[in-house]
Structure formats: structure tokens, C-alpha cells
Design a protein. Structure first.
Length: 654
């Protein structure tokens, strides 16, 4: 074996074709999908130009589809003009103005519904309030809010007047907020007195004050939504309550036509080293892909109720809550709180009460809810669900099967989607009426997305099940434009590895004999064990397939003989084992992985825990796990952890 080539040791043979009844009603069936692929392959630019004119309403039509003059800083539809907020709101008012746009449920049970007409009026009032406080096109505005409709109102209001928003997840610390405010040079922060999460109040205004007081000299105004009634402090001359800011403002505000390349938002992602990266997205190209993927991947129909559980502080919440579904005229659900509050049935209760038909969530949430048993979702009527989706990381096959059987009741297609903050929208996914699915595979790239796998030399890997770097060979409209204020870092991070020939996603991947893609984890998570390069995701999937395991995370630690050894953190079903029971389960799991994947993949160490260190959005903080496995001191910020106390347990201190 070429020791530079990534191996796949996971074999999944189960195949789930789409039901004939679903395909017959789907937007995209097998024949149309084939035609779309053929059109995109024949003329990449003409394909995207047609999509842009059919799906978007232009204030000024474009004559240039793709500008490659400054590649790899690609630009799309460069002389066209439109407004993103107008695409999401105004274009619907004649046809569906009274249709529900947002169904909101707070963690405490409060509920609201906003029609497209009401949402448009709220956006206009808030846009006027922002203008009254001196915000103009091109100004940066940081949004640091709970998951409430006003967060979407603030985002849409920025888009309406051309302000560039940067949403910061409400679970981030004051220091993280400060860093993002400073890097963006923001003039305004929009926040709330607090938000509700897991029965607790998240003190957002207090964190905002601490952030702004640490050298955020560009901030002129802080607008505060009264949400938690937590008695926050207000600074005269700088702070204003949301209700006071919009008082007397008109519910009419013309959407400003903006160049297609006008930055819509910055979204900061944490790198493994260095300061966070401000990913910059455009207006037209981003919205085109957001709308298209909502329509195609989720097979959106007029009467659907679409619930993407992501917070708007993440890219998933941008594309599949705040922009894409609204551009498609959909009804969306927003939920403020934790998925297990006050009990593990909260997600399923919301699906039942609001008639959710499309449900899109993360594998971490699915695995967490699996732990509570099949009897919890069985208490709820989930019969209106017709499509399920996963996002955020590869889903292990056993979680996929549970999702299919228990939540989807064996009738709902599952769209396992691969994409990134940087790509703007879904890139690889089944189209549910056109393709058979395999548990754990995101299947094939969408039409117009030129995905490939290459080796260390940048040559295509054509052998089935041989892995390599996931790359995208052609530019696409929703791609990131740069890293805010640091274009050299943009080129170095995403293009330089292969001399700017193609975008490097940073994920390791293999493609099976049917041409289906299988994401094996971040390249950084690939381990070199005795000369074999293994993706950690496959070992995690094998562990979770054991009936005693709910969740697992695998990292590497240095080994003087093997190079790297596999260190597994396992969340068991039921109580955490101790003593002889722990030793017995450790032996059983090591042998199980050996049977599933081969002896090379047996974990050298297994540590049992009640849960894994996750952010409040459900993302496993693998860098913490690597530090613990290597016996290193944890120096990074842990304020975003859902349960900071778990670190002592994982370290063997509790």
C-alpha cells in the first residue's frame, strides 16, 4: 500500500432506494437529475447563469457570469444588482403575504407566529432603527442573540440596507465576542439581556459589556432585546432597548439594490491555531445556492413546515434558517432552548405540535437522543415527517439506521449533507426523490459542483475505496470570497497546497465502487498507525455500532513504536462501568472493533465518560480530547462547553 494514501476500512452495504410515491411528487427525479448534471458538465458558467436568472429576481441583470481575473479570488455575476432581503421577503408578499414564515417556540413554552407580511414589517422597522443610529451600507454589525425571531429580523434588516452582519453564537464567551468585534471593526452590537438554555439564563448583555469594555473602540451603539428580564445594566448614550429603538419607526424601508459581490456577512470559524477566520460571503452567489439547495435537497413544497435545529450563530442557521428557506417561501420553525429540556422528548414534541414535515439536525443530537431509548419518540405522533436530514459531521451508520427506523418510521428519506462554512451551502448530498442512499454516505455532488479526491501529488484517486483529499475543481457561486482582512491567509488555507489548482476542503474522503462519497474526518484527524493512515470517523462508527455504546470520539496520541496510538472516549448506555465491568467492556470493545475493521484499528486506550465535551451547539471539542489523551495542560477557552465539569472526568480526576 502507498503509505501516503488514506485507507478506508469501513464497509457498509445497505442500500435504501427512494419510495416510488415520494419520487413521483419530488421536485427532482432521476431523469431530471441526470439532465442537470449533463447541462452543468457541458457548460459550467451557462448552467449557473440560468439558475441565477430563474431563481433570483435581479434589480439589474448581469452580463458577466464568472470573473476569474483574480483567481483564486473568484467573483460571480459581477455587474448584476439585487437585494437579499427583498428576495426573502418582498417577492412573496403578493402570493403568500399571509403565509406563516416563522413558527417560534421558546424554551419556557411561549409561542409566536409571524407571517411574511408581519416579518417584512418588523424587518423594515428595525432597518429604519439601524439607519437612525448611523448604520450605512458597508458598516459591520455584530449580532449576539438567543435563537429568537428577532435574530432573523436583525440579519434581514442588515441585508436590507447593505450593512454586513457577523452573527456570533450566543454560547461564545466575552473574549470570543471581543475578538470578532475587533476583527470586523463593528459599529454596532445587537444583543439581548439574556437567553434561555437548559433551564438557565445565558447572560448575553453582561458578556457584551465585558467584551466591548476590552478595547472595542469602534462600537457606537448596543441595541438590547428584552428577552430574559434579567435586570441587565444599560450604559447611557450607547445602549438602547430594542423596543425603544423601533418605536415610531416606519414599517416601510426600501431594499437597497446592491452589487452581486457586496459582502452579505462575515462568519468567524475557529482555526486550530491563530485567531478566528472571518469567512466572507457575497450576496447573489450565496443566496442562489441557499435557495437552490433548500428547494432541491429538502424537496420543499408550499405546505411544508421545515425545522433546521441549528442556531443562527452557525452557517447552517444562516443558510437553512435565516436565508434559504425564506427565499424559497417556506414556513420555518425556530426553537430557543436545549434539545433535552425539560426532558428528552422536546424535539419530538415540537415536531408533533407544529406539524413539522422536514427535520434537519446534527448527528451529535441524534446520538444524544438515542441514549434515552426508543420509547421516548414513540410517545409522539411523528407521522407528518416526510424527510429527514443530517448536518455537521459524518453520521455513523447505526445512528443513521436509528434515525431511519425510529424517527422516520422507515418511510422518510434521509439526506446526509456535506458542506462547510466556507462553501456557503450543501455540496454533496442525495436528492431524495432521485437517489438511493447508504447509511453513512453523503452520496454524490450536486449538479454544478465539481468534487474530486486527490492524493498528495494532486492527482485524482480513481481506485474504489482509496481515500485522499476532498477538493473542488471548479468555482461555484456560494464559495467564500476571502478571509476578512487577510487574503493571504485565504489563499494559504484553501488553495496553496495544490498550487491554487483547486479548493482544498481539509477533509479526508473515499469514493466507493458506486461513486458515492464517504467523509472520513478532517485531514487533521487522520492518524498514522504503524504506517497505515486511518480516519478516526470509521473507528468511531465501529464503536457506536456496539449495543453498549451511545457515542464515541477517537483521537491520536504519540506512540514510540506505532507512531500514533488510538485513544477512544466512549459514552456507554446506562451507567459508566467501573472495576472489573470496565475492564471486561474494554476488552469486548477492542475485540469488536477488531472484528469490524481489523486489528490495526483496535483502540489502545478506552476511557468511559458520561458524555463528551461539546459546545452548546453540539460540536465535539476534539482538541480538548487530544490534549487529555497526550497528558497536556488545557490552555484554550472552555467557556463554550455545555458541561465544563466533564473535563475532570475525562482526565481521570473524577
Amino acid at each position: 500500500m502507498n503509505d501516503k494514501q488514506l485507507e478506508s476500512i469501513l464497509h457498509e452495504e445497505r442500500l435504501f432506494p427512494p419510495a416510488a410515491a415520494f419520487s413521483s411528487e419530488a421536485r427532482i427525479d432521476e431523469s431530471r437529475l441526470a439532465a442537470l448534471h449533463a447541462e452543468a458538465e457541458a457548460d459550467h458558467e451557462a448552467y449557473w447563469a440560468r439558475m441565477a436568472r430563474e431563481l433570483l429576481t435581479w434589480d439589474k441583470d448581469f452580463t458577466v457570469t464568472l470573473d476569474e481575473s483574480e483567481a483564486p479570488n473568484y467573483r460571480w455575476f459581477t455587474d448584476g444588482e439585487l437585494n437579499v432581503s427583498r428576495q426573502c421577503l418582498d417577492v412573496h408578499l403578493d402570493e403568500r403575504g399571509d403565509k406563516t414564515a416563522i413558527i417560534f417556540e421558546g424554551e419556557g413554552g411561549d409561542k409566536r407566529r409571524l407571517s411574511y407580511r408581519e416579518l417584512t414589517a418588523d424587518v423594515c422597522r428595525f432597518a429604519n432603527a439601524m439607519k437612525a443610529r448611523g448604520i450605512e451600507a458597508g458598516d459591520r454589525v455584530v449580532i449576539y442573540m438567543p435563537m429568537v425571531p428577532e435574530a432573523v429580523v436583525a440579519m434581514q434588516a442588515c441585508a436590507r440596507i447593505g450593512a454586513i452582519h457577523s452573527v456570533v453564537f450566543g454560547g461564545f464567551s466575552a473574549n470570543s465576542l471581543r475578538d470578532r468585534i475587533q476583527d470586523a471593526g463593528a459599529k454596532m452590537v445587537i444583543t439581548a439581556d439574556g437567553g434561555h438554555r437548559g433551564g438557565q439564563i445565558v447572560e448575553l448583555k453582561e458578556a457584551t459589556d465585558r467584551a466591548v469594555e476590552q478595547g472595542c473602540d469602534t462600537i457606537e451603539t448596543v441595541i438590547v432585546l428584552r428577552r430574559a428580564d434579567s435586570g441587565c445594566q444599560m450604559q447611557d448614550g450607547r445602549d438602547i432597548w430594542w423596543a425603544d429603538a423601533i418605536a415610531g419607526q416606519s414599517n416601510q424601508c426600501a431594499a437597497v439594490p446592491l452589487n452581486a459581490e457586496h459582502p452579505l456577512f462575515l462568519l468567524y470559524t475557529s482555526g486550530s491555531t491563530g485567531k478566528p477566520k472571518g469567512i466572507q460571503h457575497s450576496s447573489a452567489g450565496y443566496l442562489l445556492h441557499a435557495k437552490l439547495t433548500n428547494l432541491w435537497v429538502f424537496d420543499l413544497h408550499e405546505d411544508d413546515v421545515f425545522w433546521c435545529t441549528a442556531d443562527v450563530g452557525w452557517i447552517t442557521g444562516h443558510t437553512y434558517v435565516a436565508y434559504g428557506p425564506l427565499a424559497a417561501g417556506a414556513t420555518i420553525v425556530m426553537y430557543e432552548g436545549a434539545p433535552t429540556y425539560p426532558d428528552a422528548g422536546r424535539f419530538w414534541s415540537i415536531c408533533q405540535r407544529h406539524g413539522v414535515t422536514i427535520f434537519y439536525t446534527a448527528p451529535t443530537a441524534i446520538r444524544a437522543l438515542m441514549k434515552f431509548g426508543d420509547e421516548v419518540p414513540a410517545q409522539y405522533d411523528l407521522s407528518k415527517l416526510r424527510l429527514l436530514g443530517t448536518v455537521g459531521e459524518p453520521i455513523n451508520p447505526e445512528a443513521w439506521i436509528w434515525y431511519h427506523e425510529v424517527i422516520g418510521e422507515e418511510r422518510c428519506p434521509i439526506v446526509d449533507t456535506w458542506w462547510q462554512t466556507e462553501t456557503g451551502g450543501i455540496m454533496i448530498s442525495p436528492l431524495p426523490g432521485a437517489m438511493a442512499t447508504k447509511p453513512g454516505s453523503c452520496t454524490r455532488a450536486l449538479p454544478g459542483i465539481a468534487v474530486d479526491i486527490v492524493d498528495e501529488a494532486g492527482d485524482s484517486v480513481t481506485e474504489p475505496n482509496a481515500g485522499g483529499y476532498l477538493v473542488i475543481r471548479k468555482p461555484w457561486p456560494s464559495m467564500l470570497r476571502t478571509i476578512w482582512g487577510d487574503n493571504d491567509r485565504y489563499i494559504e488555507t484553501y488553495w496553496e497546497r495544490f498550487q491554487n489548482r483547486f479548493y482544498v476542503a481539509g477533509d479526508s474522503t473515499h469514493r466507493d465502487a458506486d461513486g458515492y462519497f464517504w467523509i472520513m474526518g478532517r485531514i487533521d484527524d487522520v492518524l498514522n498507525v504503524s504506517g497505515h493512515r486511518l480516519g478516526t470517523m470509521e473507528v468511531e462508527s465501529a464503536l457506536v455500532a456496539h449495543p453498549s455504546v451511545v457515542e464515541a470520539a477517537v483521537v491520536g496520541r504519540p506512540h514510540e513504536v506505532k507512531g500514533e496510538a488510538l485513544f477512544a472516549y466512549v459514552v456507554p448506555r446506562g451507567d459508566r462501568p467501573t472495576g472489573e465491568a470496565m475492564e471486561a467492556l474494554t476488552r469486548e470493545l477492542r475485540n469488536w472493533v477488531g472484528e469490524e475493521l481489523g486489528a490495526i484499528a483496535k483502540p489502545d486506550d478506552i476511557r468511559f465518560a458520561d458524555n463528551l465535551p461539546k459546545t452548546r451547539s453540539g460540536k465535539i471539542m476534539r482538541r480538548l480530547l487530544r490534549a487529555i489523551a497526550r497528558g497536556e495542560e488545557i490552555t484554550q477557552d472552555t467557556s463554550t462547553l455545555e458541561n465544563p465539569a466533564i473535563l475532570d472526568q475525562l482526565s481521570g480526576k473524577a
